[in-house]
Design a protein around this ligand. Structure first.
Ligand code: PRT
Ligand code: ZN
Length: 301
């Protein structure tokens, strides 16, 4: 597909890191097929007017803000840090948050040496805090009415206390293994983060805007699908209300008669939440039988 280059959508995605595979997989599931450019920095969409720019995650908010890219996929931690930085510079709306995605979950937490007495945020007063997120940490200290010095680190924040460069740290945590390996203890979360889709705050030409809406709808569909299941079961007519109530996240199940049976019906429903074994057991107790749970492949509302 070769529309005007100016009307092709550019999406910024992390080049090489924790978000890369998930982001490219999401775009593939939206139907995008692409070839990588020779410089490995751009993937040209073959079947949709969409190109993917592969960059460092820290650069994504600026690329979207400056309208170099129309959309971007980046962690809320990076977004919030940049949002506060731009706010300091007087820019109140550098990008628009379109939606949260379902990968890259982590949290930005304070961590203190294992043997340090620390009972809450107030104990940060007067300490030196090492972090790669100076704007978020300063904003937090301001809101809590605390004074502490922020020592900027661009990586390996967890070794700062051992180097004598800081008393405590504020860094991303997911499993907590890195903290434990460095004899640090998590002592309070200031931000829960997940990868997010952002969009340029600027108006885009109509043709491009239409494709942006289409791709956003497809992303909605892909995420709903990953959380959805199609369930089929038989149920006594008398238990219909109870069984419908037990179906997780289902709005309007389809109820069908069963040939030769007045007392039983077949129920089909899309459940927009995971269907766990416990749910099936509860449904069985309520009288359901012949239960089948199937994955949903595509969904568009
Ligand atoms: O080169 P580039 O700048 O693009 O990559 P990067 O090194 O800055 O980022 P990368 O790939 O490490 O992370 C990209 C994004 O993934 C982050 O901005 C977060 O939104 C998200 N994410 C999710 C994480 C983690 N989980 C995570 N655990 N980012 C970093 N970590 C690090 C953390 O900094 C610490 O060093 O993993 C360590 C802690 O992990 P646990 O499991 O030991 O607790
Ligand atoms: Zn980065």
């Amino acid at each position: 597909m070769t529309p005007e280059p100016a009307n092709r959508i550019k999406i910024a995605v992390q080049k090489s890191g924790r978000l890369t595979d998930h982001s490219l997989d999401l775009l593939s599931r939206c139907g995008l097929k692409y070839t990588k450019g020779r410089d490995q920095l751009i993937c040209f969409g073959e079947n949709l007017p969409i190109d993917v720019l592969l960059v460092r995650d820290d650069d994504i908010p600026a690329l979207v803000r400056e309208d170099v890219c129309d959309l971007g996929i980046v962690g809320a931690n990076v977004l919030e840090e940049r949002r506060l930085q731009y706010l300091d510079e007087g820019d109140e709306a550098p990008f628009v948050l379109v939606r949260e995605l379902d990968f890259g979950h982590c949290r930005l937490s304070f961590a203190v040496p294992e043997d340090m007495q620390f009972s809450g945020a107030a104990d940060l007063e007067g300490l030196r805090i090492a972090t790669s997120y100076p704007h978020i940490v300063r904003d937090y200290l301001r809101r809590e009415g605390l004074t502490a010095s922020v020592v900027e680190f661009s990586g390996a924040v967890e070794i700062a206390p051992r180097l004598g460069r800081a008393d405590v740290i504020c860094d991303l945590v997911s499993s907590g293994n890195t903290l434990r390996a460095n004899h640090l203890r998590e002592a309070g979360t200031i931000l829960s983060s997940v990868s997010s889709l952002i969009q340029t705050p600027k108006a885009v030409p109509a043709e491009k805007a239409e494709w942006m809406e289409r791709i956003k709808k497809r992303i909605d569909g892909v995420i709903q699908v990953s959380e959805s299941k199609y369930i089929m079961l038989h149920a006594p007519r008398s238990a219909l209300a109870e069984i419908t109530r037990l179906l997780p996240g289902s709005e309007a199940p389809t109820v069908m008669p069963l040939e030769g049976r007045d007392d039983k019906v077949a129920i089909h429903a899309v459940c927009r939440e995971n269907v766990f074994w416990e749910t099936l057991e509860e449904l069985k107790l309520a009288g359901a039988s012949s239960m089948l749970v199937l994955p949903v492949e595509k969904m568009l509302y």
